[in-house]
Design a protein around this ligand. Structure first.
Ligand code: S3P
Length: 195
């Protein structure tokens, strides 16, 4: 459990999960896993849960059913995860762009945008070759276009944390500080209403 500033993050969550959003390569899974450990919360990865539910990889899912079906499945899985026990949840890069998924995150979570610049994203996505949106094109160009359309929407997140090219632990520390500040300033903003 973390006591950063004078707000205990675990107590301040009021039944809300911490939901990491941001582009491919922003570090949502790596940072999320570490953040969960730091806060003593379970960690879940939406993409992994979608793969488990679908019984196939995300690349295969895109190929077999297309992006629209993927977004519908993603919406269902994220809604289910967010109505379960409080956790740190890493979402796929397109999740927060879907209005219904964004609304579910707003109702049940505190969103944290891991913002990264283009060079960092390009460097990180180059390590894996399993992202359907980056197949068969110039990755830098695709990411640049996605930044243009998505960054204004990611900017609606409750908390923004810069994901720099340094150690992930530095990003986790910054996330804890900013989450504490957010909870101190608006402790129950967006928290589900009491029955
Ligand atoms: C996507 C990002 C991927 C995955 C899918 C679509 C996107 O997740 O959900 O390939 O639309 O940006 P990561 O952001 O974890 O790579």
């Amino acid at each position: 459990m973390t006591d950063a500033g004078n707000v205990r993050i675990d107590a301040g969550l009021l039944d809300r999960s911490i939901v990491l959003v941001g582009l491919m390569g922003a570090g949502k899974t790596s940072v999320g896993r570490r953040l969960a450990r730091e806060l003593g919360l379970p960690f879940l990865d939406a993409d992994e849960e979608i793969e488990a539910a679908a019984g196939c990889s995300i690349s295969d899912f895109f190929e077999l059913h297309g992006e629209a079906e993927f977004r519908a499945g993603e919406r269902r899985v994220i809604e289910r995860l967010l109505t379960g026990p409080v956790c740190v949840l890493a979402t796929g890069g397109g999740a927060f762009m879907d209005p219904a998924t964004r609304e579910a995150i707003r109702r049940h979570g505190i969103s944290v945008w891991l913002r990264a610049d283009l060079d960092v994203l390009v460097k990180r996505v180059g390590r894996r070759n399993n992202r359907p949106l980056l197949q068969g094109g110039d990755q830098r160009r695709i990411l640049q276009d996605l930044m243009t359309t998505r960054y204004p929407v990611y900017g609606q997140a409750d908390v923004i944390v810069d994901s720099c090219d340094g150690p992930h632990d530095d990003v986790v520390r910054d996330a804890v500080v900013r989450l504490s500040a957010f909870l101190a300033a608006a402790p129950d903003a967006g928290a589900p209403a009491a029955p």
